[in-house]
Design a protein around this ligand. Structure first.
Ligand code: HPA
Length: 267
């Protein structure tokens, strides 16, 4: 596994000659941030050995290398989900490759259903913590070169980056929510009882991604900033659809892109 991670990273470095310092994972309908990147190179996932191919509509499946906010970034336009049938280890493979490309920080975004009654569709929620309900990607033999057997998760989402987000949002008049992200397997949206259950166990938003990648990043001691776009409400009793998630994601994605770009500039 480690060999494969290293091989893929060196192959990418050979092809792009690019050494990013920041990694970005763009979720459902949130790929618009790519428009703000001064792109130097791009690779389709299907051309990267070891990368699974994304099967979800609206996920482009490209690794993008370029400059954002004056920093060298690598951005995943589209990610891999457990519900697509990939193993948890396949889901986090790109994050591990990014580590070997040289990233020092990771920005993760997703579309999520709001379960905090104060949240509205289109809100941005800074992830303060998570509850992972997807099989843990670290199950199995520990790869000691990546990190320790029992990684600490007391600050899964970096305090400093969260404070920076709040400061920039205040300056830019962007309203930010804060809350706990519940990572479920999907692919079903939740039943009303499940949304209530996730609320009751301490969640503010629920989605089908992010927690595996954050676990893998923290295993490798990479500081993480996570943000959810609330694309639908789990508490309204209204049906959730993939189209709704994409449409609302697109709208809020512009604000999210502005925030992330300013944060990267300030780091
Ligand atoms: N549930 C799970 N995942 C989601 C949702 C939701 O309501 N909205 C966007 N992703």
């Amino acid at each position: 596994m480690l060999k494969q991670i290293q091989n893929t990273a060196s192959l990418i470095l050979d092809r792009t000659g690019f050494t990013p310092e920041i990694g970005i994972i763009l979720g459902s309908g949130l790929g618009g941030l790519v428009d703000d990147i001064d792109i130097k190179a791009a690779l389709d996932y299907k051309d990267i050995p070891g990368f699974p191919v994304s099967t979800v509509e609206g996920h482009k499946g490209r690794l993008i290398f370029g400059v954002l906010g004056g920093k060298k970034v690598v951005a995943m336009q589209g990610r891999f989900h457990y519900y697509e049938g990939y193993t948890p280890q396949q889901v986090v493979f790109p994050v591990r490759v990014m580590k070997y490309l040289g990233i020092r920080r990771l920005f993760v975004s997703n579309a999520a259903g709001g379960i905090n009654p104060d949240f509205g569709v289109g809100d941005l929620m800074v992830i303060t913590d998570h509850i992972n309900l997807i099989p843990n990607p670290l199950i199995g033999t520990n790869i000691a070169e990546l990190g320790e057997r029992f990684p600490d998760m007391s600050e899964a989402y970096d305090n400093g980056m969260r404070t920076l987000a709040d400061k920039i949002a205040a300056e830019q008049n962007i309203t930010l929510r804060h809350g706990v992200y519940v990572g479920g397997t999907g692919p079903t949206f939740e039943t009303p009882a499940e949304y209530r259950y996730f609320r009751n166990i301490g969640g503010d938003a629920v989605g089908m991604s992010t927690t595996p990648e954050v676990i893998a990043a923290r295993h490798m001691s990479i500081p993480v900033f996570g943000i959810s776009v609330i694309t639908n409400s789990g508490l309204s009793g209204v049906k959730s659809t993939h189209e709704e998630v994409q449409r609302e994601g697109n709208k809020a994605a512009k604000l999210m892109a502005a925030l992330i770009t300013k944060m990267i500039k300030a780091i």
